[in-house]
Every structure is written in structure tokens, then in C-alpha cells.
Design a protein around this ligand. Structure first.
Ligand code: AMP
Ligand code: ZN
Length: 114
């Protein structure tokens, strides 16, 4: 997807504060953090919404969660806990249509979310 912001970040066309990179997945700090630690984990492959994932892509999403857990340890938020979120579609509050897993931590999260 040539006009997708997160494809451009994944391909290094737009600068970002990366905390993780692999063949399939990258993670970088959110530009407008909603918590002391706010990192986005994305696949390099363009997938618009979490509701679009095929059965084959479920493994990729599992890897994204595993990477988020490892980053949480590195960021020292694993002991106190953290939140992992996929916003999906308009009512889910999705703004960027390239799937991304939010890793939020460093403060107490509210429930229910706004
Ligand atoms: P969502 O509302 O779930 O689609 O989340 C999109 C997230 O992307 C928001 O938290 C934004 O702050 C974040 N964001 C937008 N542009 C950038 C960027 N260039 N670099 C890092 N994060 C971004
Ligand atoms: Zn994309």
C-alpha cells in the first residue's frame, strides 16, 4: 500500500523511534503517547483491520503479542501490568488502517475504556 503511513514507517520511508525490528514485524513508539510507555507493534505486511486477518495470518498476530510481551519486560512494565489493544473500525476508534497492537503501560489504566 503506497499511501499507507505504517507501511512507510515499516519500510523506513518515514522516520520513527523503533524499539524492535524483524523480518515480519516492527515496533516503534507512538508519536502521541497516551501513557508513559506507548508502543505500536505492526506487521510489515499491509493488513487494514484486525477483522480482515485470514486463518494463515493468525500466527502473525500471535507473534505480535509475543513481541509485545518481550518489549514490556524491556520497558520494565511487566511487573505492574500493561494493556494490549487492537482498535478495529470506526466504533473501535481505529485511525490508521494498517493493523497495530498498542502496548500501553507505566500508569493504571481505566476500565471501561472511553
Ligand atoms: P488507532 O487509533 O488505533 O488507529 O491508533 C493510531 C495510533 O498511531 C495513534 O495512537 C497515533 O498517535 C499513532 N500515530 C500516528 N502517526 C504516527 C507516527 N507517524 N508515528 C508513530 N505513531 C503514530
Ligand atoms: Zn500499510
Amino acid at each position: 500500500m503506497s499511501d499507507c503511513l505504517f507501511c512507510k514507517i515499516a519500510q523506513g520511508e518515514i522516520k520513527s523511534d523503533f524499539v524492535f525490528k524483524s523480518e515480519e514485524i516492527v515496533a516503534f513508539r507512538d508519536i502521541n503517547p497516551k501513557a508513559p510507555v506507548h508502543i505500536l507493534i505492526i506487521p510489515k505486511k499491509h493488513i487494514s483491520k484486525i477483522s480482515d486477518i485470514s486463518e494463515n495470518e493468525q500466527q502473525l498476530v500471535g507473534k505480535m503479542i509475543g513481541i509485545a510481551n518481550k518489549i514490556a519486560i524491556k520497558e520494565k512494565i511487566d511487573k505492574d501490568g500493561y494493556r494490549l489493544v487492537f482498535n478495529c473500525g470506526q466504533n473501535g476508534g481505529q485511525e490508521v488502517y494498517h493493523i497495530h497492537l498498542h502496548l500501553l503501560g507505566g500508569r493504571k489504566m481505566n476500565w471501561p475504556p472511553g
